[in-house]
Design a protein around this ligand. Structure first.
Ligand code: PMP
Length: 375
């Protein structure tokens, strides 16, 4: 079994079956433009693709340092330049530094983002980019990359770019832009869009993500990064993902105009039911609050629909440390400080197995009695 799939394809390790299946699914759901002039690239989850995009958006400027080099330089060479600069003073690299940031959850005053971005951005100590934090307070000159996660992790809100000025590139993280989580309000048509099998269908362990890119040079460089870091993506995982996506696409296409019984309808019903239950418990115990989401027309379902995000972004009304409080009741969450906000916030997964979710509800419901001294 070769490393490569189709030497004629721009993404030479992407199985054609997967490329076709991704495009067909987006067409049937209507959540992204996947016309023939868009490039689809696969990655070991969207986590690898995120690194690949940072490399792609940062590397072109390096070529201007060395005009004799006509193809993208390998990462080790980029590091050499950086080390040289540190040793010999400014070689002009600092103006090439890309600042990467993301935006906050609730208001311009609080800071939050998918908690892995800062670590992933800083992990290699790249001289090409650094993590600049909260997009709302970003005021530096020069190149920047803004990550727009919509619906957002952790708070499930719909996001748009906030910096919007010259010299910027946008990465749209659309992992949760699927009908089980949010109304589909149109086909996303951004320059660089990241999706993942993890959230589209729940197959996180298969490690399949994909990027849809308008620009061939960006797509080329992302693919180069993946070739250099892992020589492609597991073919078994790609074929399995392609088959599953195909089954879901056929299911949606066959379910008729009311689409009552397809995979996404089922997922949305399940998520809505969970949200109703969690809101009911939160209302009864009076200790916490949850965000409110606006109902919107879902083009996939053809009717107004509620959001039912993958995470509950819970806030303690009394300003208590929400993660600690829940841990006392054997509920493990991810505290607000991991997302750059106060500890009165915490994130709870809404995607657990049924028995785990029911246990969570039971334990959450017990908190009120305890706080009143009756537990
Ligand atoms: N992006 C977002 C917004 C996520 O929430 C997650 C997982 N929590 C990922 C990416 C990770 O995706 P993958 O499993 O494809 O690496």
């Amino acid at each position: 079994m070769s490393y490569f799939s189709d030497p004629g394809n721009l993404c030479l390790f992407l199985q054609l079956e997967l490329d076709d299946a991704i495009r067909r699914l987006h067409r049937v759901v209507g959540n992204a433009v996947v016309d023939d002039d868009r490039y689809v690239g696969g990655g070991t989850g969207s986590t690898q693709l995120f690194q690949a995009v940072l490399f792609a958006l940062s590397s072109p400027t390096i070529l201007t340092l060395s005009p004799s080099v006509s193809s993208p330089l390998p990462l080790s060479t980029l590091h050499c330049f950086w080390i040289l600069e540190k040793k010999h003073g400014n070689m002009g690299m600092s103006s090439f530094l890309n600042h990467v940031m993301s935006q906050p959850p609730d208001s311009p005053l609080s800071g939050s983002k998918f908690d892995s971005y800062p670590e992933e951005t800083e992990f290699l100590h790249s001289g090409l980019y650094n993590w600049a934090g909260d997009a709302y307070s970003f005021d530096k000159d020069g190149a920047y990359v803004e990550l727009v996660t919509s619906p957002n992790n952790p708070d499930g809100m719909i996001r748009e770019a906030v910096v919007n000025r010259e010299g910027g590139k946008l990465i749209h993280e659309l992992a949760y832009y699927w009908p089980q989580y949010t109304p589909i309000t149109g086909k996303a048509d951004n320059d660089i869009m990241l999706f993942t099998f993890s959230k589209a269908t729940g197959h996180a362990g298969s490690r399949i993500g994909w990027a849809i890119c308008k620009d061939k040079e960006v797509a080329d460089k992302m693919i180069k990064y993946i070739e250099l870091s892992s020589i492609g993506v597991s073919k078994e995982a790609q074929l399995r993902a392609a088959k599953i996506l195909d089954v879901i696409t056929e299911d949606c296409a066959d379910s008729g105009p009311d689409k009552e019984d397809n995979f996404f309808e089922y997922g949305h019903r399940l998520m809505s039911d969970r949200w109703e239950k969690v809101r009911e418990v939160v209302k009864r115990n009076g200790v916490f609050s949850l965000p409110k989401y606006t109902r919107d027309f879902c083009t996939f379902k053809g009717k107004d629909t509620d959001s039912s995000p993958a995470f509950a972004w819970l806030k303690s009304k009394d300003g208590l440390d929400c993660d600690n409080l829940l841990r006392e009741f054997k509920i493990v969450t991810r505290g607000g400080t991991n997302f750059g906000v106060d500890s009165d916030y915490t994130r709870i997964s809404m995607l657990s197995q049924d028995d785990e979710f029911n246990l969570f509800l039971e334990r959450l419901a017990a908190i009120k009695g305890s706080i009143n001294g009756n537990y």
